[in-house]
Every structure is written in structure tokens, then in C-alpha cells.
Ligand binder design. Structure first.
Ligand code: PHE
Length: 387
């Protein structure tokens, strides 16, 4: 044990002896420092961009950089040598760090200046044109109708476009054998063989919303229900899909006179003419009794339609007092409640108000037509004072 200890001590002394001559060589150490300094400062000055500068920093003062390695060598020096080399190396490190910081700031400034130069924008340049859509006449007219009836206290209700035949027919007093089922040119949904459920249809009118609304919300009520409806029909005033707005007002003291006033008030506001004349023509719908179709006085002069004057009459809607059987089907007691309903063709109103001759063009998606007849999104629905 003793021997080994002595040998160890001897070994240490030997190492010191070997290192000794190197440490005494302080001249070269100082000149190494000064060479390194000028080399690194030159690299810093020449670093072309931030990446190159970072590489220089790592190679010089990074953990394994040249300066760091020299600092590690201090431990092997004699105290006298350390006294000179230590502060010199610290000063070198500081000098390099401040040179790095200065160069970094310079490069960042240059990069920013370059960005500002290349990303320059002319704020006075005119804006690029933006493709602009337009509001379809049907959407515009629907909004106008909703706004007018909102002023009369009506809310908006909705129902499904795929209906079952109960809501579209039966509940509206149109039993299966009723001829009105044929008149409607109904689209029936496909049923697999052996599927004996009652048929679904594409709704042929918005009237089923009457039933759905009363079932769900009860009475009294005042609603309109705009939406798409479908019938298998096609010519210049008929398309297989078109738009209706249903109206329904139920309360304890509603009469045909209220229906007449409401529709006249609506037409005055919608067509923006004071002298609207409506003709209530006796008619028949299974779901109203009595029923009336309504024509509006108009004139065609030189292809121009004028509402409220002339000798022509144009049919615009169907209406009547809601049939007691319809009220019953919706769970409403016809002994206590009664009211009116109407169904207006929205597309037809749009054609009349904006002088659009062919209904089929409504659904052709022809951009030229849409640009001509479409509305700006900033066009507010027409509102006149008075109602
Ligand atoms: N639903 C009828 C149609 O589509 C219009 C209407 C609605 C008639 C309400 C009377 C009452 O022709």
C-alpha cells in the first residue's frame, strides 16, 4: 500500500516536471493571444451575414471555441504566467464579445434596411379590382317581403323542402283521392320496392308550414314562411323549382276584412305605389273557406309594367280563411280561433316589380343576367314610411 502511494506521488511530480518548461513559455502565449485577437476580429468584421457571424462566435467564444480552450489552459500555467495571461484572455473575450455585438447590430440594421427597401409599398396605388357578386332578385325580394311583414308584426317560420304527404296534403284537407293532388304535379321521392311507408314529396307549396308552426307554437300567431317549392312544370312563367311566401294570422277575432287590409297594405309598400287596387276573385283551395285569388290592377305600355293604373289585372296570390279542418289537424279549436292564410309567388313579384320578362332566366346562373338584374349587397330592402 505504502509503495503504491509513493509511486503515485512520484508520478504526479513527474507530470509537473514535464509541464514545467511549457508553462514558462509566456512570450508565445501572449503572442498567441494577440494573433488570435486579430484573426477573430477580422473574421467578425468580415462576417457577411448573421449566420456567418454566429459561426465565428461559436468558433471563438463558444464552449469549444479557441478562446475558451485557451482559458482552460490557464489551469496549467504557473501563477506568474496566469497573472498575465488571465486578464489578457478576459480582455480578449470582452473585446470579441463587444465586436460581435456591434457587428450583429450592424448586420441587423442592414437586413432591416434591405427589407424596407425591397418591401416598399405605394400606399397611394389604386386597389386591385375585387370580383363582386350580386344579390339575386329572388333573395332581394324575399328580404323586402320579410321587412314589410316584420313591420306588420309577422315573424318568419320555416319548414322542410322534403315533406311527407301528411303535411303537404292530408293535414291541409287534401285527402289521397282529392283531384288537387294531381293538379299539383308533385315530385314523389323514390321508394324501394317493399318500402310501404307513406310517400315523401318535394313540397308543392309553403302551406305545410302552417300546420308545422301551429303544432309546435300554438295560436294566436302571425307568421310568414318564405321558401322553395317544387312542381313538375316548365315554360316561361313556370319552373320546376320556384319560391313562395306563406302568410298565416290566427286569433280569436280575425276576419276576411283583415286579410284584405293586410294584402293591400303589403302591395302598397312592396310596389311603392299609393293607389294599389286589388280584386278578390272567389276561388277554391281545399285548405281555405272562403277562398280568394287576388289580382292587381296594372297596365302594360310599350312593354313597361305599371302597377295601380290601366285596364289589366294580374294574378299575384291565393288566399282565404283557414279551413276549420286545417285548424283541427294542427290541434287548434276552430270554435275559438280563426284566421287567414295566403300564398304569394315570390318569383312572380320579382318579375313584376323589376320588369324581368322570363322566369326561366332566374335559375340559369348566367353571370350577365345576374350582373344586370342583381342587387348590390348594400341595397337595403325598400321601406316606405307609413306602415
Ligand atoms: N298553397 C296555395 C298554392 O300554392 C296558395 C295558398 C296559400 C292559398 C294559402 C290559400 C291560402 O297555390
Amino acid at each position: 500500500m505504502v509503495n503504491r502511494g509513493l509511486m503515485g506521488a512520484t508520478g504526479l511530480q513527474f507530470r509537473h516536471h514535464m509541464i514545467g518548461p511549457k508553462q514558462s513559455n509566456s512570450g508565445p502565449v501572449m503572442s498567441d493571444i494577440s494573433n488570435l485577437k486579430s484573426k477573430i476580429l477580422q473574421q467578425v468584421a468580415e462576417a457577411a451575414d448573421l449566420d456567418a457571424l454566429e459561426a465565428t462566435r461559436v468558433a471563438a467564444v463558444g464552449k469549444k471555441g479557441e478562446v475558451s480552450l485557451m482559458m482552460r489552459g490557464l489551469g496549467k500555467m504557473s501563477p506568474e504566467e496566469k497573472k498575465i495571461a488571465g486578464p489578457a484572455l478576459n480582455a480578449l473575450k470582452n473585446e470579441i464579445n463587444s465586436a460581435l455585438a456591434a457587428r450583429k447590430a450592424g448586420l441587423e440594421d442592414a437586413a432591416l434596411n434591405e427589407r424596407l427597401r425591397t418591401e416598399w409599398q405605394d400606399v397611394s396605388a389604386p386597389a386591385r379590382p375585387v370580383g363582386q357578386g350580386s344579390v339575386h332578385p329572388v333573395s332581394q325580394v324575399t328580404e323586402e317581403i320579410i321587412a314589410i311583414f316584420a313591420d306588420l308584426g309577422y315573424g318568419v317560420a320555416e319548414g322542410p323542402q322534403i315533406e311527407n304527404d301528411y303535411y303537404n296534403f292530408d293535414a291541409l284537407n287534401i285527402p289521397p283521392e282529392h283531384p288537387a293532388r294531381q293538379e299539383f304535379d308533385t315530385f314523389y321521392m323514390h321508394r324501394d320496392e317493399g318500402d310501404n311507408r307513406p310517400p315523401h314529396v318535394l313540397r308543392t307549396h309553403t302551406s305545410p308550414v302552417q300546420i308545422r308552426h301551429m303544432e309546435k307554437h300554438g295560436v294566436p300567431c302571425r307568421i310568414i314562411a318564405p321558401g322553395r317549392v317544387y312542381r313538375s312544370d316548365y315554360d316561361n312563367t313556370h319552373t320546376p323549382m320556384f319560391h313562395q311566401v306563406e302568410g298565416l294570422a290566427i286569433d280569436k277575432d280575425i276576419s276576411m276584412a283583415n286579410l284584405k287590409w293586410t294584402l293591400e297594405e303589403f302591395c302598397r309598400a312592396f310596389f311603392e305605389v299609393d293607389n294599389v287596387e286589388l280584386k278578390f276573385r272567389a276561388s277554391h283551395f281545399p285548405f281555405t273557406e272562403p277562398s280568394a285569388e287576388v289580382d292587381i290592377r296594372c297596365s302594360w305600355q310599350g312593354g313597361q309594367l305599371k302597377i295601380g293604373e290601366g285596364d289589366d289585372w294580374m294574378e299575384i296570390l291565393g288566399s282565404g280563411m283557414v279551413h276549420p279542418k286545417v285548424l283541427k289537424a294542427a290541434g287548434v279549436d276552430p270554435e275559438v280561433y280563426q284566421g287567414f292564410a295566403f300564398g304569394i309567388g315570390i318569383d312572380r313579384l320579382a318579375m313584376l316589380k323589376y320588369g324581368i320578362p322570363d322566369l326561366r332566366a332566374f335559375f340559369d346562373s348566367d353571370l350577365r343576367w345576374l350582373r344586370h338584374y342583381g342587387f348590390s349587397s348594400l341595397d337595403m330592402p325598400n321601406m316606405r314610411g307609413g306602415i
